[in-house]
Design a protein around this ligand. Structure first.
Ligand code: PXP
Length: 237
């Protein structure tokens, strides 16, 4: 199982003072040194954390994999086509949300997404779609040409009580099996932490986790390298 680290909140802390520290480029290097398999940044329309300059610098410095998370709007698409990340993860984006709230509704915008994905494929950039773990969205992802889906683990992560957690885990498992049968690559993420990640690791169809907030939070207490290493130990199969 691979682990990519979302470093958006390094930029959140930096931007709180409007200066240059902590630097996402330095953070990415520390994550890689600790053994992370990739770095994820979300360039939001409002540029609330990661800025265009960060993405350009990270493109030059990252040695593993740069996964650019983004909404499918023209402004960001043009940055992505210029930067050429190693992977693009398309997410829904609402300006008012605190974080990405739900999966992308692929089924209701197939034509649009097919065109956007084709533009990225022309540049040989693989595309992942962040979707809820339900068959209709997974089938639609395959139809529009996605290479990978990222299963939204937010609902599972917020489940109250063991039976609810079990039900949502079973939903993730059957979604992963379904996607695997369609030949899609499978990532998973959102809300995963040092406690709830283990059960998701046990879903063997999942190739990679994308985790941010819990690791950056732990880094405040134990340092980024140790926080990443601890999570790598948990995602090992
Ligand atoms: N995957 C996607 C598509 C996301 O939007 C996010 C949040 O930016 C994550 C993974 C990471 O979520 P978290 O910060 O809760 O670990």
């Amino acid at each position: 199982m691979k682990l990519s680290i979302n470093i958006d909140h390094i930029a959140t802390i930096r931007n709180a003072r409007g200066g240059i520290e902590p630097d996402p480029v330095a953070a990415a290097a520390l994550c890689e040194k600790a053994g992370a398999h990739g770095i994820v940044v979300h360039l939001r329309e409002d540029r609330r954390h990661i800025k265009d300059r960060d993405v350009r610098l990270l493109r030059e410095t990252i040695k593993t994999k740069l996964d650019l998370e983004m909404g499918a709007n023209e402004d960001i698409i043009s940055v992505a086509l210029e930067v050429v990340p190693d992977l693009i993860t398309l997410v829904p984006e609402k300006r008012q949300e605190l974080t990405t709230e739900g999966g992308l509704d692929v089924a209701s915008q197939k034509e649009k997404l097919k065109n956007v994905i084709a533009r990225f494929h022309e540049k040989n950039i693989p595309v992942s779609l962040f979707v809820n773990p339900i068959p209709v969205q997974i089938d639609a992802s395959k139809e529009v040409g996605a290479d990978i889906i990222e299963l939204h683990t937010g609902e599972y992560s917020e489940a109250k009580g063991v039976s609810e957690q079990k039900r949502l885990l079973a939903e993730l498992k059957s979604a992963a099996v379904h996607a695997k049968n369609l030949g899609l690559g499978i990532n998973a993420g959102h809300g995963l932490n040092y406690v709830n990640v283990r059960s998701v690791v046990d879903i063997h169809q999942i190739d990679e986790m994308s985790i941010g907030h819990s690791i950056i939070s732990r880094a405040a207490f134990v340092g980024l390298e140790r926080a990443v290493k601890e999570m790598l130990d948990l995602v090992k199969r």
